[in-house]
Design a binder for this molecule. Structure first.
Ligand SMILES: Cc1ncc(C[n+]2csc(CCOP(=O)(O)OP(=O)(O)O)c2C)c(N)n1
Ligand SMILES: [Mg+2]
Length: 276
């Protein structure tokens, strides 16, 4: 790869393009933000990085599209596999990219416990509000009232606020951004790749599914992006809103930020102590 190529071409496997994503899918924006973060950090060689994903549209981002070592694992099991990679070779930077279904539904237990352990992983969860790959069924993140093939009269359940949940664990870094907040998202990626380099770092990207959410609302991906620019607001602003207003907005920002030792450092310290 040469320095002057567009970031997407530097870090993508060209031989598998075009991607399998639907036209207008926001997964491309997330990929671009990640690639730009690498580029701005001067990281051109991804040989120290391993990407791990489960099953879903978003799980396709690392494998096959990122030009780096990747493991495309079972649905929901990206985090345990990533944990194994990190423990086997702590020198590697391990990044999990997956969907809300993969990470918060079938893999929810793994997510919670990796966060509790402050396991040294970067986890990027693309919350498109549904199980996109299997045609838009309701997920734990689906808003109340949303019509999906499994909730034809509207979802009767309250959604899970995944970033807020993980912020209540021992994780080092937790943030949520809307896909419309490109620069904030890119800078957040830079933060967890270049600044806070240990512990559990979780970034939720709110990026409604183009085909099974946005099209149902009779909108184009562009129109939805413009809408998100108004509905995604900073955490502090959101907290000042009256309770009945809050449901109309998506609170975004950094929920938690620390740089304490992660699992690997604590484990090494334990072993060193035992050897004495
Ligand atoms: C054990 C198992 N159960 C169910 C499935 C079917 N399945 C494939 S992808 C998927 C959901 C994907 O949703 P999400 O993780 O949100 O990713 P998205 O496609 O929305 O990006 C499901 C239920 C599967 N592959 N394996
Ligand atoms: Mg999804």
């Amino acid at each position: 790869m040469t320095k002057h190529e567009h970031p997407s071409l530097k870090y993508m496997r060209r031989e598998v393009l075009p991607t399998a994503f639907c036209p207008g899918c926001y997964n491309g924006i997330v990929m671009n933000a990640l690639f730009q973060a690498f580029e701005e950090l001067g990281i051109y060689d991804l040989r120290k990085y391993v990407f791990v994903s489960g099953i879903g549209c978003s799980s396709w981002i690392p494998s096959p599209y990122i030009k780096a070592d990747s493991l495309h694992t079972l649905h929901g099991r990206a985090i345990p596999v990533a944990t194994g990679v990190k423990l086997a070779n702590p020198e590697l930077e391990v990044i999990v990219i997956g969907g809300d279904g993969d990470l918060a539904s079938i893999g929810g237990n793994h997510l919670l416990h990796a966060a509790r352990r402050n396991m040294d992983l970067v986890v990027i969860m693309i919350n498109n509000l549904v199980y996109g790959m299997t045609r838009g069924q309701a997920a734990p993140t689906t808003p109340k009232g949303m019509v999906t093939p499994t909730t034809p009269y509207g979802n009767p359940e309250e959604p899970m606020d995944v970033a807020r949940l993980i912020a209540n664990t021992n994780a080092n870094y937790v943030a949520r951004w809307c896909v419309s907040q490109y620069l904030l998202l890119k800078n957040s990626f830079k933060k967890v790749l270049g600044e806070i380099k240990r512990g559990f770092r979780f970034i939720e990207v709110y990026a409604p599914c183009t085909t099974f959410v946005i099209r149902r609302e009779n909108k184009t991906p562009g129109q939805k992006l413009k809408e998100l620019m108004n509905t995604c607001i900073g955490l502090e602003k959101w907290e000042k809103l009256p309770a009945e207003e809050r449901t109309k907005y998506i609170p975004t920002g950094v929920f938690r930020e620390e740089d304490k030792p992660g699992f690997i450092d604590n484990y090494k310290q334990l072993i060193t102590g035992l050897k004495r």
